[in-house]
Ligand binder design. Structure first.
Ligand code: CTP
Length: 407
């Protein structure tokens, strides 16, 4: 990253405020100058002195502090190239929408005309609440960028979508934003205004409390699609099975474990998405019974069987529902990972699942690595891509999506 590199880190009043200290350190490590503004509530979670120690300057915690000798929010807003709000509580998002300016964070934000990156963190029910979602939509329309939240354990002990993105992920998103300011990025915003749903990773089908049936999908292809679609301006919902990948910046991640959970997470988007891309390796079967206690081997039993039942074909179900509705929206894209006759299987699956495009690839290259080689099979074309990175393949697939949405 070259200049500009001066940010105000605006810290909201949630437990994730302790991670804002790590974010400040991470930004400094990457050569970004950091000044900190804190809401009064945030000072209850993390001491201002922590930020003084990290950044070499006391954070602004009080608009009325005579030590600042002027309008400190104006001075901060003039100084910064970008503002990162982390953590952004539900209340802080609402204040941003309303244009309130009653503390150093909100006053600086209101005074600032440059790029803003927001990392929400709150209880999953607060995030899911219509009021919060309305505010997020409005802020997006106002040009605010989002990173996270992610799915996982929350401070309350509950689990769900509401965890703040990790500091290095926020720093990545910040760098990308600043790079774009530099004119470094030349991504066409050709998917702006579109909503894309992408599934990624494997599903895990539980057998007992410690075992599951899974597969070797790394999730990299789906994550690359989500990341590229977001960079090209789309609003992206990523429905992800269990993977070891960080949430891409600006993408809403909905974490699931089983095929049934994935189906439930995807289904509501049929009515609203412009395209649904099923890159997940969904398990076709699940154990018929899930034991509540760990299954034990029995003396003298050398061979055992596990009864399996069919999982729903999620993509096939979407194809069927769309056909029944008589529309061509959303565009539906599937993958066919095969060990032989890739093109034939891709053709067959496109027709049987009633979808627009199937990306056929060989199991030998599809899993785990950073590269892939595919053939894009639609009703009218079959394009072999040659070997390329998963990000480049993502762009090829998104080109096809854009072409169909525009045509
Ligand atoms: N898929 C799905 N639900 C399933 C299985 C697969 O939505 N239960 C989706 C995958 O995400 C992928 C496409 O369907 O986009 C093809 O997946 P694949 O496993 O190759 O197809 P299957 O229908 O399982 O075909 P087969 O078992 O004959 O290979």
């Amino acid at each position: 990253m070259t200049s500009p590199r001066k940010i105000v880190l605006a810290v909201g009043g949630g437990i994730a405020a302790y991670k804002a200290a790590l974010l400040a350190r991470e930004c400094l490590r990457r050569g970004v100058e950091v000044r900190v503004a804190m809401t009064p509530a945030s000072t209850r979670f993390v001491g201002p002195v922590t930020f003084t120690g990290l950044t070499g300057r006391p954070p602004v915690v009080d608009l009325w502090d005579p030590g600042h000798g002027g309008e400190v929010h104006v001075e901060l807003a003039d100084w910064a190239d970008a503002i990162v709000v982390a953590p952004a509580t539900a209340s802080l998002l609402a204040k941003m929408v309303a244009g309130l300016a009653d503390d150093p964070v909100t006053a600086t934000l209101l005074c600032f005309g440059g790029p803003r990156l927001v990392a929400p963190a709150m209880h999953h029910r607060m995030w899911a609440n219509d009021a919060t979602q309305r505010n997020v939509e409005q802020l997006r329309r106002d040009g605010v960028r989002f990173v996270g939240p992610t799915d996982g354990p929350l401070a309350s002990g509950a689990s769900g979508l509401g965890r703040m993105a990790e500091p290095d992920v926020i720093a990545d998103a910040l760098e990308r934003m600043l790079d774009e300011l530099d004119g470094g990025a030349d991504d066409a915003a050709d998917l702006r205004g579109r909503t894309l749903v992408v599934t990624a990773g494997p599903t895990h089908e539980p057998l007992d409390p410690v075992r599951f049936l899974g597969n070797r999908s790394s999730g990299k292809m789906g994550y690359a699609l989500a990341e590229r679609a977001q960079r090209r301006g789309a609003r992206v919902v990523l429905v992800s099975g269990p993977v070891a990948l960080p949430a891409p910046a600006g993408v809403t991640v909905h974490g699931v474990t089983t095929a049934l959970e994935m189906e439930a997470a995807v289904a509501p988007h049929l009515a609203t998405a412009d395209a649904i891309i099923m890159a997940a390796a969904v398990a076709d079967f699940r154990p018929a019974e899930v034991s509540s206690s760990k299954l034990k081997k029995q003396a003298g039993v050398d061979v055992t069987t596990v009864a399996l039942v069919r999982n729903p074909d999620i993509l096939g179900g979407l194809g069927q529902a769309r056909a029944a509705s008589g529309t061509r929206r959303p565009m539906l894209v599937g993958f066919a990972v095969e060990t032989e006759d890739v093109v034939g299987e891709a053709r067959r699956k496109r027709i049987s699942k009633q979808v627009d495009l199937v990306v056929g690839n060989h199991a030998g290259v599809a899993f785990e690595g950073d590269e892939n080689e595919a053939v894009l099979v639609s009703a009218t074309r079959e394009d072999a891509t040659g070997r390329l990175s998963k990000h480049a393949l993502a762009d090829r697939i998104l080109d096809a999506v854009r072409a169909q949405l525009e045509g």
